[in-house]
Design a protein around this ligand. Structure first.
Ligand code: NAP
Length: 313
């Protein structure tokens, strides 16, 4: 007979992995479903400086989240790979249907996180993988000795720009305002780094090149002036890394749950509007999106799922 899990966790980023750990450790039969590689956005981060106790030698977001998964599995959580496309969440038994199967559970924790936002300018798709990237950890090493540009002014942009200085000859942040949004400690490091430069009040208008990215056209948002940056002839190409915020991974939830700008509304104990359905991590309406807050959400959600099940006997 088809198994009905006590708990299905959707998403294997820090929120989902913490939920899986707490659920399994509480004795719930727990399935963590993830459509791609585990670890979420954290796995694409090189340095994790602000997760308490995370600074093992050579620790990266990838190794940290791999340890989180191993820990959840050690307590009996199962890990499955599928992309859920439709959900029936209203009844006592919840049903989730993906590309390769249907999964049933008495409680569900939605922890599908958020993905990098696109620029939406001409050339973006053409040059993705041909000079343009959304992941410095994945692609930074391809740009050894080259000139690299980073779009955005938040924590991700500044943190990843600093990481890229390990490979690139020069790293220039292009930001749409005249001051960064990133936390001050990152700003201080960026301003002190000799390889870093800044172009203020500017947005990317379009991208061009022969097979690879060779020209970035910028528009000054204050003056309207257009300016072209062209790759050195000797280099033949330049890098462009985009970190302009996140979009929630909630398209598959449309019509199932009330969303606010695509994010799931919960109470402080991670309850959504549907009994037995909880949300955790970046997918939630919240102020601080960090590994530590995601993990905390996951723990709370799993304990609330356990309580919900205990009340129903
Ligand atoms: P973010 O904080 O939302 O910053 C996005 C940046 O991109 C902002 O500077 C924004 O400009 C700019 N931007 C937005 N749309 C743009 C567009 N169309 N064109 C050009 N620029 C655009 O996003 P994030 O840096 O990805 O961070 C997401 C969350 O993860 C945040 O909560 C952040 O604190 C967290 N995070 C934390 C760490 C850490 O703690 N170590 C590391 C990475 C991320 P404006 O400033 O003008 O709005």
């Amino acid at each position: 007979m088809e198994q009905i899990y006590d708990l299905i966790v959707l998403g294997a980023g820090p929120a989902g992995l913490a939920a899986g750990l707490y659920g399994a450790r509480a004795g719930l039969s727990t399935l963590i479903l993830e459509k791609g590689a585990p670890g979420g956005q954290a796995a694409q981060t090189d340095r994790v400086e602000n997760y308490p106790g995370a600074m093992l030698e050579d620790e990266t977001g990838d190794t940290l989240t791999a340890r989180m998964l191993a820990q959840a599995e050690a307590f009996g959580a199962q890990k499955g790979t599928d992309e859920i496309r439709s959900l029936e969440l209203a009844g006592e038994d919840k049903s989730l249907t993906g590309a390769t199967g249907t999964y049933r559970a008495r409680t569900v924790i939605l922890a599908t996180g958020a993905s990098p936002r696109k620029l939406g300018c001409p050339g973006e798709e053409t040059f993705t993988g041909q000079g343009l990237s959304y992941c410095a950890t994945c692609d930074g090493a391809f740009f050894r000795g080259l000139e690299v540009f980073v779009v955005g002014g938040g924590d991700s942009a500044v943190e990843e720009a600093l990481f890229l200085t390990r490979f690139a000859r020069k790293v220039t942040i292009i930001h749409r305002r005249d001051q960064l949004r990133a936390v001050k400690s990152l700003q201080d490091k960026a301003f002190a780094n000799e390889k870093m430069d800044f172009i203020w009040d500017s947005v990317v208008e379009s991208l061009a090149g022969q097979d690879v990215l060779q020209t970035i056209c910028l528009r000054n948002v204050k003056t309207g002036e257009l300016r072209e940056i062209t790759a050195d002839a000797a280099d033949g190409m330049m890098g462009l890394f985009v970190f302009v915020g996140l979009d929630p991974n909630s398209g598959f939830l449309e019509g199932t749950l009330p969303l606010e700008k695509g994010y799931i509304k919960t109470d402080e104990n991670m309850h959504t509007a549907i009994p037995g359905v909880f949300a955790a991590g970046d997918i939630r309406v919240k102020n601080l999106r960090q590994i530590i807050t995601a993990a905390a959400d996951g723990a709370i959600a799993a304990m609330e799922a356990e309580r919900y099940l205990a009340e129903r006997g």
